[in-house]
Design a protein around this ligand. Structure first.
Ligand SMILES: Cc1cc2nc3c(=O)[nH]c(=O)nc-3n(C[C@H](O)[C@H](O)[C@H](O)COP(=O)(O)OP(=O)(O)OC[C@H]3O[C@@H](n4cnc5c(N)ncnc54)[C@H](O)[C@@H]3O)c2cc1C
Length: 566
């Protein structure tokens, strides 16, 4: 029988575990140590306080130690830091940060949910400036205070991951000039390069100054000096340079760590000590699609692991089926979601996976509904099995639902055939009768079975520059309002009369607005004896989104006479 369970970290994982343990055992003593000011605050809503979307910082705090005592008989001690674990005697050493007093508490089981820290790059002068991170309620309160004390107008956000982008968005919404500096060629590495272009354009359209392939190399004389030599005022600097498992306490206590310095856990989230569990941002999980272990710093997994370990402590075993990694965010007027593997992951981790993907741009509801919006959906599948590996969906409407559908399927090893057959709810204000995910299944099967050949938007520039033959299947009016340079306009309606204009001795690439008309044109040509025709997946919309940002950033020659984003 367990008499006393101690928990380190009182937010997502730690507090969820404490509550579950109490529901399983009315008698056990539960003490949660949290070194910060608050337990159970909403980390995920922190950026939204910077814009006033969450009006007060008090709202970010979801409960108090008093309420936890009253409702759950949990002893939650804020501003109490666990500074060591005496594993031989099953005790922790705690520092009361209010009094400085150090004391010990014994445990039967110990759970570590200490979260992550922001890894700070070695930037010259960083130690000499006041900079902020966005990890807890105090952080955002301090940022607000500093902004009002200094009257600063310009802000630098270093790092274009989820937290950096959300922070930049919310500070821009609050009226500040925001410079977002990212050392990689794109923000949000969880999305592929072709997809993230949509979000980068939205950031720029909304006035965020986006610096890619850039890095702050030094802070000097109140300014940030970028790698390129550019200087900008450094009155307010927010370091959003990622998330690193906080394993300092575990390391000090001699618990095993992984190569990435996360706390090493087994399939039951037990550390190398059989009485100590660890969960959340501090550990690595098994990714069932890549079959690798890596951190997954997201709230949902932390909370589910909390239930898992609480159950495990009480002999209620759960299968650890691994993780697929699903996340979403809002970037001003756009929503974006991703699940499973991306090209970035496959290439970045050198996974031995043969794959292809579909990129479809259907409306999110029946097109004649006034609220209908484009959705940009990319579904990656394995070749030659057609097994779905991952999906990304971006748009101004309900794209998260589409990714969630695929995320749910990914738990069960789906194929394109399953996607095609999914039976989803439909009425005009919500979707189309053949929803985008069904549509992606149809197109994917066409590719898989070799019914059509496609070319991806990311490859169009090279083809245009090499003088490839493009046919634009839209109307003359659409063609005149912007097309791929050098393309020949043969509207679908005229194709059957003008087939003799289409060469047979070279590859022919067909596009329209979103690939519906050009797909029909490809079919018509193939059924009439052409065997070297390719569908430009994503068509004019896809090419425009894929090209615009880099055209602006680099000043290179556009490959379209005019972009089309609608
Ligand atoms: C700004 C922001 C936005 C986010 N947005 C999203 C989102 O939209 N969706 C999503 O899924 N996830 C999001 N996350 C990630 C999510 O919040 C984390 O994955 C989740 O909170 C991890 O839970 P955890 O219990 O491992 O760590 P945390 O919730 O971070 O809790 C760890 C706590 O442990 C305390 N601690 C550490 N060491 C000690 C010690 N020695 N003694 C006492 N206390 C200690 C820390 O002070 C910290 O409060 C966001 C995170 C941030 C910071």
């Amino acid at each position: 029988m367990l008499k006393k369970i101690l928990i380190v970290g009182g937010v997502a994982g730690g507090m969820s575990a404490a509550a579950r343990i109490r529901r399983l055992d009315e008698k056990v003593e539960i003490i949660v140590f949290e070194r910060g000011e608050h337990v159970s605050f909403s980390n995920c809503c922190l950026p939204y306080h910077l814009s006033g979307t969450v009006a007060t910082s008090e709202e970010l705090v979801l409960t108090t130690p008093q309420a936890l005592k009253a409702n759950y008989n949990i002893d939650a001690r804020v501003r109490h830091e666990v500074i060591d674990i005496d594993r031989a005697n099953s005790e922790v050493e705690v520092r009361d940060l209010n009094t400085g007093k150090i004391y010990r508490e014994a445990y039967d089981k110990l759970l570590l949910s200490p979260g992550a820290v922001v890894p700070l790059p070695p930037i010259k002068g960083l130690d000499d400036i006041r900079f902020f991170t966005v990890r807890n309620v105090q952080d955002v309160e301090m940022i607000q205070q500093h902004l009002s004390d200094t009257n600063a107008a310009d802000i630098i956000v270093v790092g274009g991951g989820f937290i950096g982008v959300e922070t930049a968005e919310n500070l821009k919404m609050a009226g500040y000039e925001v410079n977002l500096v990212e050392m990689l060629p794109q923000v949000l590495m969880t999305f592929d390069f072709d997809m993230v272009q949509i979000l980068q354009k939205e950031l720029v359209d909304q006035g965020v100054k986006l610096y890619l392939n850039e890095a702050v190399s030094a802070f000097e004389d109140g300014q940030a000096v970028l790698k390129s030599g550019k200087k900008m005022p450094a009155d307010v600097v927010i370091m959003a340079t990622g998330s690193k498992p906080d394993s300092a306490l575990a390391a000090k206590s001699g618990l095993e760590l992984t190569d990435r310095k996360a706390i090493k856990v087994d399939q039951n989230f037990l550390t190398s000590d059989p009485d100590i569990y660890a969960i959340g941002d501090a550990v690595e999980v098994f990714y069932s699609l890549s079959r690798q272990t890596a951190p997954l710093p997201l709230a949902g997994p932390a909370i589910k692991q909390a239930r898992f370990v609480a159950d495990h402590m009480y002999g209620r075993y759960t299968m650890n089926t691994g993780y697929i990694g699903s996340s979403c965010l809002k970037v001003f007027n756009y929503n974006a979601a991703v699940t499973g593997l991306t090209e970035n992951t496959i290439k970045g981790h050198n996974l031995p996976v043969a794959y292809d993907y579909v990129y479809v741009i259907p409306k999110d509801m029946v097109g004649i509904m006034p609220e209908a919006k484009n959705q940009y959906l990319k579904v990656i599948f394995e070749m030659p099995t057609g097994k779905i590996l991952g999906a990304q969906c971006i748009g101004r409407g309900d794209v998260v639902k589409r990714c969630d559908v695929i995320a749910a399927m990914l738990k069960f090893g789906p194929t394109l055939e399953d996607l095609k057959d999914l039976e989803l709810c439909y009425a005009p204000p919500f979707s189309i009768a053949r929803d985008s995910v069904n549509f992606a299944g149809y197109v994917g099967l066409n590719i898989l079975h070799g019914d059509i050949k496609q070319i991806h938007v990311a490859d169009i520039r090279g083809l245009v520059e090499s003088g490839a033959y493009f046919i634009d299947s839209r109307t003359k009016e659409e063609f005149d309002s912007g097309h791929i340079k050098g393309a020949v306009n043969i509207p679908l309606q005229e194709l059957r009369q003008r087939m003799d204009e289409v060469p047979k001795d070279r590859a022919v690439y067909l596009y329209c607005r979103s690939s519906t008309r050009s797909y029909n044109a490809v079919c018509a040509l193939q059924n009439s004896g052409w065997n070297n025709v390719f569908l430009v997946s994503g068509s004019m919309l896809g090419v425009s989104w894929c090209e615009w940002f880099e055209d602006q950033r680099t000043g290179r020659e556009p490959i379209v006479t005019k972009y089309n984003f609608n």
